[in-house]
Design a protein around this ligand. Structure first.
Ligand SMILES: NC(=O)c1ccc[n+]([C@@H]2O[C@H](COP(=O)([O-])OP(=O)(O)OC[C@H]3O[C@@H](n4cnc5c(N)ncnc54)[C@H](O)[C@@H]3O)[C@@H](O)[C@H]2O)c1
Length: 361
């Protein structure tokens, strides 16, 4: 059964479709676009192209697919250039449409290309990782990395629609599925205590019968937050709440060297650190922090650093975070399981203590 969810953003509103197999729905859309004389282009990566060749053929027939190298390195100026040239070669005009079929890398790269080609064309997200299904394919943040840091160039560009087909997860490596679970757990912690309780009962797996429903709940939380604060301008709360655990995680990724931890793995350690911070600030009882740690571990996620990272480097990375305000980093803390808040002015020694609690030296 196909479920739908609307992201209400006035003229930029769009529908998220959720189901097991949505290749028929994508195929119908492609036919409609073609019958209106609108050209389409498809972006993916080589791993997805190999793993999901059948689904790609079913959705797009013989349409050319640009498959870039898999992994974070594709979010580069050079690869963006390749995508833009591909759109031009395919002679897409302003009515042209790009389909981004892949994980968060392909969604971010394709979305940014769609935002800039001819000053903006439409694009659809067809996420193929759990992380992309629950997080990056919804909300319109697109972008690439610069030598100076991650996601430093980008645009807000909402997709025209999102097709979330859980069958595509069948070929996703287990480690990548677990990494996506960190974001699922994050949604439970920041906005849905019932979801957290569900995850506490038994770990969610690719075979879980309620997988699509869990993904829908995550998308619903993200949609609600994005609708209220599309461009992350709220002084408090708002879209920044989606960064629960992420200030710690970004510092860990940077200090360890990108690629050491998958993003979701760093987020899992970051969620544990954020729970420790909430306990230290007196907003979360220690017993609830232990429940959070247990749920992360039950989903095959790390809760501590595999080997110690130097505290000065972690703190320096924290201070370079995009979210620093008034010289002090901004954190998201939990008021209770299922409710989060932004917290400015956290003293550095408290942040240090949290890094130490997750294994920093
Ligand atoms: N825009 C946003 O709001 C937002 C939010 C969160 C993360 N992100 C970005 O998302 C990116 C991470 O996304 P990701 O974790 O999906 O990584 P990814 O796109 O690199 O995919 C992970 C790996 O899985 C492979 N893969 C994808 N789908 C597969 C499938 N169905 N079968 C087999 N292999 C498959 C890919 O080839 C890749 O090797 C980061 O760049 C991050 O900055 C963006």
């Amino acid at each position: 059964m196909v479920k739908t969810l609307t992201v209400n953003l006035g003229p930029r509103s769009y529908v998220i479709q959720l189901g097991k197999d949505l290749s028929g729905a994508v195929k119908t859309l492609v036919k409609e676009l073609n019958s209106e004389g609108r050209r389409i282009a498809v972006l993916s990566d080589t791993k997805v192209q190999t793993a999901q060749s059948g689904a790609l053929r079913e959705m797009f027939g013989e349409s050319a697919v640009l498959a870039v190298e898999p992994g974070e390195s594709a979010k580069s100026i050079a690869t963006l250039g390749t995508v833009l040239e591909f759109l031009a070669e395919r002679r897409l005009d302003r009515g042209g449409v790009l389909f981004a079929v892949g994980g968060g890398v392909i969604g971010d790269l394709g979305g940014f290309a769609a935002a800039t080609y001819l000053r903006g064309i439409g694009f659809y997200q067809v996420p193929t990782t759990l992380l992309a299904m629950v997080d990056s394919s919804v909300g319109g943040k697109t972008g690439i990395n610069l030598a100076a840091g991650k996601n430093l160039a980008g645009a807000f560009h909402q997709p025209r629609g999102v097709f979330i087909a859980t069958d595509l997860l069948r070929t996703l490596p287990a480690r990548e599925f677990a990494a996506g679970m960190a974001e699922v757990i994050k949604y439970g912690l920041l906005g849905d205590a019932e979801l957290f309780a569900r995850l506490e009962q038994s770990p969610l797996t690719p075979e879980s019968t309620d997988l699509a429903e869990v993904i829908r709940r995550c998308c619903a939380i993200k949609a609600r937050i994005v609708e209220a604060d599309e461009r992350e301008l709220a002084q408090e709360g708002g879209r920044a709440l989606l960064n629960l655990g992420h200030t710690f995680a970004h510092a860990i990724e940077q200090a360890a060297g990108y690629g050491t931890y998958l993003h979701g793995e760093a987020v899992a350690i970051g969620l544990n650190a954020a729970a420790q911070l909430s306990v230290k600030l007196g907003t979360l009882p220690p017993a609830e922090a232990r429940r959070i740690e247990a749920v992360l571990a039950a989903h095959a996620l790390p809760v501590r650093l595999a080997s110690p990272l130097p505290l000065p480097e972690l703190m320096a990375a924290t201070m370079r975070d995009k979210k620093v305000r008034g010289g002090l980093p901004r954190f998201v803390v939990m008021n209770r399981l299922g409710e989060a808040a932004t917290r400015d002015g956290v003293p550095p020694d408290l942040a240090e203590a949290c890094f130490r609690a997750v294994g920093a030296a």
